[in-house]
Design a protein around this ligand. Structure first.
Ligand SMILES: C[S@@+](CC[C@H](N)C(=O)[O-])C[C@H]1O[C@@H](n2cnc3c(N)ncnc32)[C@H](O)[C@@H]1O
Length: 291
């Protein structure tokens, strides 16, 4: 059953981490002009864009303690300045009322020759996704394909992408704890088909075994990886499911070599600005296979 709706969480601390890293990776891909076009495959795309000032996002809004805390800062480190600038595209009058999801952020960051492949299962969100994509780029038909299919299964049929350059974003809801095992399988099988591809997994930091052991399993799949986490509060003693999320992590296989240095500058800053409470339990971690 699909009960998860990303609109409740849009723009929270986890989106800040995930979308900042996503844009950093795409900007790196974009720099390599001579190597030609690439594909981004987003296996769990969501609705593409979210209203923050109406309906669902206003009940228990999470964005004020996420992107909201960065919105008026004038001292953002470069990766965060880039991210906030991307969110401004949807909020031209300066008031933060809309939040772009990964598909919209990516589409705007990518070049006309690059292709976006999106999977989203929820019938309401896939409809919104199609509308949001069509509204964002006049040439979306040429650049984007959306499928209302299981992203884990659909991914493998697209690998390797024809240009042999690509990033796979795997960002499930994890409401079903089988998602953790599916992520590991998807990356393992994905690497068998596309060993030079980049893979980016987002996951929640929870006091549950599946979350705690995920990065260790992913580290065994490839020689070149980066793992970053951002924890904004102490773990809740009763943490279960999505409710007890105290932070989140991103795990990248075949990351840009420039990413670790950029995150080293960004993550301490994020801890300081996004922490909940002053008890010193907010923290970050950054590790790479090269260390
Ligand atoms: C965390 S949200 C995605 C957010 C989006 N990637 C972003 O960053 O803006 C996870 C999405 O996965 C969808 N979903 C759940 N199971 C799925 C599956 N097996 N295949 C594709 N989409 C799925 C949910 O409906 C939800 O919209």
């Amino acid at each position: 059953m699909l009960s998860y709706r990303h609109v409740f969480h849009a723009g929270n601390h986890a989106d800040v981490l995930k979308h900042t890293v996503l844009l950093a990776v795409l900007d790196y891909f974009n720099q390599k002009k001579k190597v030609g076009p690439y594909w981004l495959i987003d296996t769990h795309a969501g609705a593409g864009g979210y209203r923050l000032d109406a309906g669902r996002a206003t009940t228990h809004a999470e964005w004020p303690d996420g992107v909201g805390r960065l919105w008026n800062r004038t001292d953002l480190p470069p990766l965060l300045a880039r991210y906030v600038e991307a969110v401004r595209t949807d909020n031209a009058d300066g008031r933060l009322r809309r939040y772009p999801g990964s598909p919209l952020l990516a589409l705007r960051a990518m070049r006309p020759s690059d292709k976006l492949r999106l999977f989203e299962l929820h019938p309401a969100d896939v409809k919104l996704l199609a509308q949001n994509i069509a509204g964002a780029a006049p040439d979306a038909q040429k650049r984007v394909a959306i499928k209302q299919e299981d992203g884990f299964a659909g991914l493998q049929a697209l690998l390797p992408p024809p240009p042999r350059r690509g990033l796979v974003l795997i960002d499930p809801a994890y409401e079903d704890k089988r998602d953790y095992a599916q992520v590991v399988t998807a990356v393992r099988e994905g690497l068998q088909r596309f060993a030079t591809g980049s893979f980016m997994v987002w996951y929640p930091l929870l006091k549950r075994n599946e979350s705690i052991t995920l990065a260790g399993k992913l580290k065994k799949l490839a020689p070149d990886w980066l793992h970053a986490t951002l924890s904004v509060r102490a773990p809740a003693p009763d943490a279960e499911g999505g409710l007890g999320m105290h932070g989140s992590g991103v795990f990248l296989v075949n990351p840009p070599w420039t990413l670790a240095a950029a995150l080293k500058e960004t993550l301490p800053w994020l801890v300081d600005v996004l922490k909940v409470g002053a008890d010193g339990t907010a923290s970050y971690s950054l590790e790479t296979s090269a260390q």
